[in-house]
Design a protein around this ligand. Structure first.
Ligand SMILES: [Zn+2]
Length: 480
């Protein structure tokens, strides 16, 4: 770090700062408590750890797509207002180190230029850190985080009174452990193909909601490397949203306990939530085969309820929960989906659709970490980082194939390095991979999991960034 601190930091001071390895919401009071310098003699480690850091360094040195990342983060600059370098120089980057088992965060780092001729490697050098092979000393960051664009260069933050975040992608963070009360396939931070569906449903909803209601078009979905999904909306209109508007975007999406939902929620219910609930959640999460899950579902149903119109009477009272409970006891061998469809029909026939919404939304509606979306000065892990705990790559995801990813197949650092060592020998080129996949999809007329090699993800990201750059230069192709 460029800014020297006068005294060597005392590592013990930082015990009470909570660090999350998936992503990081940093309270505005926290950064000042974090030292900006790490001394090399604190970074001396044993040989095993040292060689692990070298592996990470090799990944960042040879594979990490710095050029595409910088293109993505700067495509929105306004040439009438400032140069691309001025814009880029106000973007905050951050890294996290672990020194003597304690985490250190370096915030408020920024770089002056994107010009490769002059100094392309500033960001890369920052991420590579430094090593000394004679002393087994490695000051190599665990990951790279991306912050907002500020009014001034973050490295000069102390020189200005008006230093504040002015642009931030609208971001969403969904962590699978927020679904622990409804999932049974895994617990804690683990994630399998079954509970991946909770993230997939969330992504599909956000895709519909953000495009239909706000006309946002530049949305990137990224697997966080362990337990979650990050969504980055980079449209110019999204970057400059105030905290209030970010809060409103989240609030407006939320379903109420009503028989009539907003048009967008009704559409999402019909196209995404209900089909996903029936195709995946009912069986994968054992809603009708595990006692504790049955109880939770029954708790969402009404007990005694007065119906407005029934058999010519003015009203009739039924106990929906008891009716369902009795039916489940009488038909224990019925298929789970049939059991669910009987409940659905009961709710529809008796005109109490609000309970149908209540159940389906409870199991499918995105559980967002709202503070990450609302705040402007938090950090979010960069796409293509290696997750420090799982060693998995934070891959960009194809929304059209979102159902088909398997978190167990996400490439890990060892796999990436082995691919690198056997360059070209085991993996088809991305273009061949794309063609093969398209052919296969066409012939089976069904989608399948995307390939799992690095070049595929890199080429996916490059295409995404090229497309958004193209749409910026030609915002409305129909005018031509
Ligand atoms: Zn699972």
């Amino acid at each position: 770090m460029d800014i020297d601190t006068p005294n060597k930091p005392n590592l013990d001071e930082f015990d009470d700062i909570k660090f999350d390895t998936d992503d990081m919401f940093v309270d505005s009071t926290v950064p000042t408590a974090i030292p900006n310098n790490i001394y090399m003699d604190d970074a001396q480690i044993g040989p095993t750890e040292y060689y692990d850091r070298l592996k990470l360094r090799k990944y960042y040195q040879e594979l990490f797509p710095f050029d595409i990342l910088v293109d993505w983060l700067t495509f929105n600059y306004d040439p009438e207002k400032e140069s691309i370098n001025d814009y880029y120089s106000k973007r905050e980057f951050s890294t996290r180190y672990v020194v003597k088992s304690k985490p250190f965060v370096i915030r408020n780092k920024s770089f002056p230029t994107v010009d490769e001729e002059i100094k392309s490697n500033d960001l890369k050098e920052f991420v590579l850190g430094t090593v000394d092979e004679h002393t087994f000393t490695a000051k190599v960051p665990e990951k790279l985080d991306i912050g907002p664009v500020y009014s001034r260069e973050p490295i000069k933050m102390n020189q200005y009174q008006d230093y504040r975040p002015v642009e931030r992608e609208l971001v969403f963070d969904i962590d699978i452990d927020d679904y622990n009360d409804i999932r049974v396939c895994c617990d804690g931070t683990s994630l399998c193909k079954k509970c991946w569906q909770f993230l997939s449903i969330s992504a599909k909803f956000l895709e519909l909601y953000l495009k239909e209601c706000y006309n946002f078009q530049h949305i990137l979905y990224v697997f966080s490397g362990r337990r979650g999904l990050h969504v980055w909306v980079s449209d110019r209109g999204a970057l400059t949203l105030s905290k209030d508007l970010r809060q409103k975007i989240i609030s407006y999406a939320k379903p109420g306990f009503e028989a009539n939902q907003t048009p967008i929620l009704q559409r999402a219910f019909d196209e995404i939530f209900l089909p996903s609930f029936e195709n995946y959640i009912v069986e994968d999460q054992e809603l009708f085969t595990m006692e504790s899950q049955i109880k939770k579902l029954l708790d969402l149903l009404p007990g005694e309820i007065k119906l407005n119109k029934k058999s010519g009477k003015k009203y009739e009272t039924i106990n929906v929960r008891v009716l369902v409970e009795d039916d489940l006891k009488e038909n224990p061998n019925q298929a789970p989906l049939d059991k669910w469809k009987k409940i659905k029909n009961l709710l529809l026939e008796n005109d109490i659709k609000e309970y149908l919404y209540r159940i389906v939304f409870h199991y499918t509606f995105p559980r967002l970490d709202e503070q990450v979306s609302i705040g402007l000065n938090h950090l979010l892990k960069s796409p293509f980082c290696i997750h420090p705990s799982t060693q998995k790559l934070c891959i960009p995801l194809d929304i059209d194939l979102i159902d088909y990813y398997d978190p167990n197949d996400i490439p890990t650092l060892p796999k990436l390095l082995s691919e690198l060592d056997q360059k070209g020998s085991t993996n088809p080129s991305p273009s061949k991979m794309d063609t093969d996949q398209k052919k296969s999809r066409k012939s089976k007329s069904s989608k399948q999991a995307p390939p799992t090699n690095f070049n595929y993800y890199k080429s996916f990201f490059k295409n995404y960034v090229n497309n958004i750059k193209l749409s910026k230069s030609n915002p409305n192709p129909l005018d031509f």
